[in-house]
Design a binder for this molecule. Structure first.
Ligand code: ZN
Length: 214
């Protein structure tokens, strides 16, 4: 039993600092990127996993083995920066989870780049033009592949599982009837739709205005 298991469902704010920076200015102390744990009985869920969230999670007393799923609100870096750390360091605490991987659920591939700002003087050149708007699944898989030299040492020499067997990253399918379009209609009127369910929780999502993404 964890110390939290007798409490009603509650949240633990692991980090609340928004914006793509380290937030270590002398007058602000050491801030952590956005991450929230939702604790339900002996299980917990994560919503976003920003910079420093892995360390905060390890300090929180929550046990990684009790993690059911991670939900990503959107793919801005201040909400996802520690995903690589979760995949690489987390697999040591989760070696038994190959039959029951931790689901990482978030937005799919945006499909189109945003419009170029009218303030542009020179046409900006996008990063990774062959796939410039990866979604949650591609992002997580690419992060792990970027660390393949290290991870393959561990898989082949230390006989560790692959993080792609421990974590299952998947893209939320937005209901087609919503009329969603990443640039022309990013936040149509809609009802919340289900993205996850287990015996403890049901998780629904809705598109929220956050230009230039939803
Ligand atoms: Zn954002």
């Amino acid at each position: 039993m964890t110390p939290t298991s007798s409490l009603k469902p509650h949240i633990v704010t692991l980090g609340t600092a928004g914006g793509p920076r380290w937030w270590a200015a002398a007058d602000s102390g050491e801030r952590t990127g956005i991450a929230t744990a939702v604790v339900v009985g002996d299980a917990f869920y994560l919503v976003d996993f920003g910079q420093g969230a892995g360390r905060r999670l390890s300090q929180s007393g929550l046990q990684l083995k009790d993690l059911r799923a991670l939900f990503i609100t959107h793919l801005h870096s201040d909400h996802v920066y520690d995903l690589a750390g979760l995949g690489i360091f987390g697999l040591y605490a989760l070696t038994e989870r190959t039959e029951n991987p931790v689901r990482i659920i978030g937005p799919g591939n945006r499909g189109e780049l945003p419009a170029v700002s009218p303030r542009a003087v020179v046409e900006p050149q996008p990063l990774a033009p062959e796939n410039p708007t990866p979604g949650t699944r591609q992002m997580f898989e690419q992060l792990m592949k970027a660390h393949a030299t290290d991870l393959n040492d561990r898989i082949l020499d230390s006989l560790r599982p692959s993080p792609l067997d421990i974590f299952h990253a998947e893209d939320i399918q937005i209901p087609a009837e919503s009329g969603y379009h990443p640039n022309n209609n990013p936040t149509p009127d809609m009802e919340p739709f289900e993205v996850y369910r287990d015996e403890l929780v049901t998780v629904t999502a809705i598109l929220v205005e956050h230009p230039p993404v939803a």
